[in-house]
Design a protein around this ligand. Structure first.
Ligand code: GRF
Length: 206
C-alpha cells in the first residue's frame, strides 16, 4: 500500500480526482492525511466522509494550526511514502524536501518549463498563457525540488487552445487533463514505474 499525504489550498478538485481513482486504478494507494495552509479550505470538505485525518499547517504558531517544523514527525508517524501537492500554494520547507527527495510531486496547470515559477498559480498561469497567444497548453506533474516548478518533469499532457476566447476556457481544458494526469502518475509511482536514468525521468510500461 502506498501511503500518500495530499497538500491542498483551494477547492480540491485534484484531491477529488485521486479519491475517485482509489476504488479503481489506485487500489494500492491510501490517502493517509490531507493538509492545507487554510483551516477553512474547501478541499477539506471532500474528505469529511472518509476517515482521513486533516491538518491545517502554518510557518508560524497559530491557533488550530500545526507548524511546518512539526511536519517531518507527522509524516514519519503516518509512514508517508509520497507527498502530493495538489494545488498547494505554499513552499514546502527545504528540510522536508531533503527528507523526501524524489518523493514529492506537484501538478502544474501549464507545460513547464514555460509559465512556471513564483506567483504562477491558478488563473495567473492561464492569463499568461492566453496573453502569450500560446496555441497549446496542458498539465505537468513534476518532482518538487527547492525551486518553484523546477524539479524534473515526470509526465505532461497537452491540449489545443488555438480557438479559446478567454483564459477561463484554457483553465477548463487543462483541469480535465490534470484530473487524469495526477492519478496516472500516482499509479506509476505506486508500481515503482518511475525511474531516473540519464538525468531524465522515464515511465516504465506495463
Ligand atoms: C490546479 O489547476 C493545479 O494545477 C494548481 O492549482 C489548481 C488546484 O485546483 N496547482 P484544485 O484545488 O485541485 O481544484
Amino acid at each position: 500500500m502506498l501511503r500518500i499525504a495530499v497538500f491542498v489550498s483551494g477547492r480540491g478538485s485534484n484531491l477529488q480526482a485521486i479519491l475517485n481513482a482509489i476504488p479503481n486504478d489506485l487500489r494500492n494507494v491510501e490517502i493517509s492525511v490531507v493538509l492545507s495552509n487554510k483551516a477553512d479550505c474547501p478541499a477539506f470538505d471532500r474528505v469529511r466522509e472518509y476517515q482521513i485525518p486533516t491538518y491545517s499547517i502554518s510557518y508560524t504558531h497559530k491557533e488550530g494550526y500545526i507548524t511546518f517544523l512539526e511536519l517531518p514527525a507527522i509524516l514519519k508517524e503516518l509512514k508517508i511514502d509520497l507527498i502530493v501537492l495538489a494545488g498547494f500554494l505554499k513552499k514546502i520547507p527545504d528540510e522536508v524536501i531533503d527528507l523526501y527527495q524524489n518523493k514529492i510531486i506537484n501538478i502544474h496547470p501549464a507545460l513547464l518549463p514555460s509559465f512556471g515559477g513564483k506567483g504562477m498559480y491558478g488563473m495567473n498561469v492561464h492569463n499568461e498563457v492566453f496573453n502569450a497567444s500560446a496555441q497549446v497548453s496542458g498539465a505537468t506533474v513534476h518532482f518538487v525540488d527547492k525551486i518553484y516548478d523546477n524539479g524534473k518533469i515526470i509526465a505532461q499532457q497537452c491540449v489545443d487552445i488555438s480557438n479559446v476566447k478567454n483564459p477561463d476556457e484554457i483553465a477548463e481544458r487543462v483541469l480535465k487533463i490534470e484530473h487524469k494526469l495526477l492519478p496516472f502518475v500516482i499509479k506509476k509511482f505506486s508500481e515503482n514505474k518511475i525511474v531516473l536514468r540519464n538525468n531524465r525521468v522515464y515511465l516504465l510500461e506495463e
